[in-house]
Design a protein around this ligand. Structure first.
Ligand SMILES: O=C(O)CCC(=O)C(=O)O
Ligand SMILES: [Fe+2]
Length: 324
């Protein structure tokens, strides 16, 4: 049963339930996704099929993990493969496609888990900085299974969205799957302490665009996510029960020759006393996927971007964003 009415808000709510039937019903859902990707680059999904208990449990673990003493969290501090714990103010965004380096470090702490590869996987041995082992808190054994259960569900949802995105670009349901047989993923369990009186230029996360294909975000009811409309205005993307927020990243914008927009966003937890928790899942193509503007989006115009392998693209973008 769909519990969501069509929304006339700037960020639409798209009900995925009809897509399960496939065929024309799925095409109609894909058309809504296409519209949202062209207009604002953000949408909510409802009836997404992810078990509510798994989401609740992941949020409980997010809260518990960040409540551990700092020295315990620092035992799993981020390794050179961008996995593990980053403390509050642990990094400042350096460069994104659109913004000058941020004035102040992000007022968030996060624990990151990425896709795992078999020890003999050639991609693991390739030296790509995103391929490597995860780290887990050893003295907090309940954490790992809850995070992994959430990740499994989100990975399945990511693949469903790849099918719908494939229809949205007019290529039929299966076309994009070939680029996702070994998706590069990143799951970030984020905690934003309250900033009721932020210093000028201080954010939970500074304005940025995401780098990859799709981001699937679960947020709590504290709020504070803002997105930048095409006219430059910042709009709230409030919590909506039972939904995820989806946004497209720079790689999908590039793939569509910038027809789909990779929209800037930021977070500021203005609450006087409530901590904000969110879980962001970045679902991106395989390292060997060649990102070359889709025919249909070149459409007689010049393609703005040369083809690039996703693994190389993302490593270079990560380097530029987080260097220093
Ligand atoms: O926590 C949020 O609401 C957004 C996080 C985000 O934009 C990111 O991690 O890229
Ligand atoms: Fe983001």
């Amino acid at each position: 049963m769909s519990t969501f009415k069509p929304s006339d808000a700037a960020v639409p709510v798209i009900d995925l339930l009809p897509a399960l039937a496939g065929g024309d019903a799925a095409e109609r859902v894909a058309a809504q996704i296409r519209q949202a990707c062209e207009d604002i680059g953000f949408f909510y999904i409802a009836n997404h099929g992810v078990d509510a208990g798994v989401i609740r449990e992941a949020f409980a673990k997010n809260r518990e993990f960040h409540a551990l003493p700092l020295d315990r969290k620092m035992q799993v501090k981020r390794n050179r493969f961008h996995r593990g714990y980053t403390p509050v103010a642990g990094y400042t965004l350096k460069s994104t496609s659109r913004f000058a380096p941020a004035a102040r470090p992000n007022q968030l702490e996060a624990f990151t888990v990425r896709h795992e590869l078999a020890p003999d996987d050639p991609d693991l041995l390739s030296g790509n900085p995103l391929q490597g082992p995860n780290v887990w808190p050893e003295d907090y054994p309940e954490f790992k299974p809850a995070v992994q259960a959430y990740e499994r569900e989100l990975r399945a949802l990511g693949m469903r969205l790849v099918g719908l995105m494939s229809r949205a670009i007019g290529a039929g349901p299966d076309y994009l799957a070939q680029f996702f047989h070994k998706p590069i993923t990143s799951l970030r369990m984020i905690h934003y302490p309250p900033q009721p009186a932020p210093e000028e230029g201080s954010f939970g996360i500074s304005p940025h665009t995401d780098l990859g294909f799709l981001t699937i975000l679960a947020q709590d009811s504290v709020g504070g996510l803002e997105i930048q409309a095409k006219d430059g205005q910042w709009l709230q993307a409030p919590y909506r029960e039972g939904t995820f927020v989806i946004n497209i990243g720079d790689a999908l914008a590039r793939w569509t020759n910038d027809r789909y927009v990779s929209t800037a966003h930021r977070v500021l937890n203005r609450s006087p006393d409530r901590d904000r928790y969110s879980i962001a899942y970045f679902f991106d193509p395989s390292p060997d996927a060649v990102i070359e503007c889709f025919e249909a989006f070149v459409d007689g115009r010049d393609s703005r971007y040369p083809p690039i392998r996703y693994g190389e693209y993302i490593a270079a973008r990560m380097e530029a964003n987080y260097a220093g």
